[in-house]
Design a protein around this ligand. Structure first.
Ligand SMILES: NC(=O)c1ccc[n+]([C@@H]2O[C@H](COP(=O)([O-])OP(=O)(O)OC[C@H]3O[C@@H](n4cnc5c(N)ncnc54)[C@H](OP(=O)(O)O)[C@@H]3O)[C@@H](O)[C@H]2O)c1
Length: 267
């Protein structure tokens, strides 16, 4: 594993094994994304409602990377016309296509069949390579598949040692859906947990690095966000050590379905 490694999606396309989150990236977004790409980040997560798309597009155009070396994830809102919102997102990004477009959250009622059909159309027209969901439960994913026959490539959910769900992961593995881990650092609220600190000290790593590494070794795809350069550097410096099985198990056992956002789809 290294920062350029990719994970296979059921579509046949591949996705980087970690990325950069950009929600509440309050510093100069273009600068932060450029720094991240220089450091080796190859996937950027955004959304129509983050306000970061235009600057991400600028950073991509200012980089020396080819478009196919960079992986862009964006999202449409549950109240959107998904096809039209996809076009808006691409306009803001200044890109011809996104690699992955997600339904940001399930609508109030139902599984979002209309939204899903809009994303299928967007993909068929080449506006996105893959489509997926976010904050979806097993039941809602099943409902979507049954209604449309279309399997999401990804389910992006809040995911950390302190809040994750074995059933959702097993269902995802069985179905061929990749789990993307948002708020993988618990939005910095659990970095001082004693159990986590003990493991971090054992490897001479930081709590953030241990949580990112736990995701990578458990086959989920973390997208930590960082404004600060030292955090950007720290979070990608996780490819020169490995947690052993006992410590992965110990991290699993920290699970208390903790959510920093209160939006877990499985509780
Ligand atoms: N689909 C959804 O509904 C959804 C919901 C939430 C988030 N997301 C996505 O997931 C991304 C990540 O989640 P998040 O932003 O909620 O939270 P997060 O990545 O868990 O945490 C970000 C916070 O951790 C701090 N941090 C970063 N690296 C650190 C380190 N090495 N040591 C100590 N603190 C560190 C950051 O500080 P600085 O910024 O000061 O560096 C920031 O305050 C978002 O940006 C967004 O792209 C998606």
């Amino acid at each position: 594993m290294d920062p350029a490694s990719r994970i296979q999606l059921h579509s046949g396309n591949q996705m980087p094994i970690m990325g950069l989150g950009t929600w509440q990236l309050t510093d100069d977004t273009q600068q932060a994304v450029s720094t991240a790409m220089d450091l080796g980040y190859r996937m950027i997560d955004t959304s129509g409602d983050y306000g970061t798309q235009a600057a991400i597009g600028e950073a991509i155009r200012a980089s020396n990377l080819d478009r196919d070396e960079i992986y862009i994830v964006t999202k449409v809102e549950e109240t959107d016309d998904a096809y039209a919102a996809t076009r808006n997102n691409l306009n803001e990004l200044g890109l011809d296509y996104a690699n992955l477009i997600l339904i940001h959250r399930p609508p109030k009622h139902g599984a979002g069949e209309e939204l899903w059909r809009g994303l299928v159309r967007a993909r068929e027209e080449g506006l996105s390579r893959d489509i997926g969901v976010s904050n979806y439960s097993i039941e809602l994913i099943e409902e979507l598949i049954e209604a449309t026959g279309e399997l999401p490539a990804v389910n992006q959910v809040e995911w950390s040692p302190f809040g994750h769900d074995l059933d959702l992961k097993q269902h995802a593995d069985f179905s061929g859906i990749v789990i993307q881990a948002y708020s993988p650092l618990t939005r910095a609220t659990r970095l001082d947990d004693a159990g986590l600190l003990e493991i971090a000290e054992k490897y001479d790593r930081t709590p953030a690095q241990v949580m990112i590494r736990w995701n990578l070794q458990r086959g989920t795809v973390p997208i930590p966000k960082a404004n600060q350069r030292r955090h950007l550097e720290e979070n990608i410096a996780v490819f020169d050590f490995a947690l052993d099985e006992d410590d992965l198990d110990a991290l699993d056992s920290l699970n208390e379905h903790f959510s920093s956002l209160g939006r877990l789809p499985y509780v």
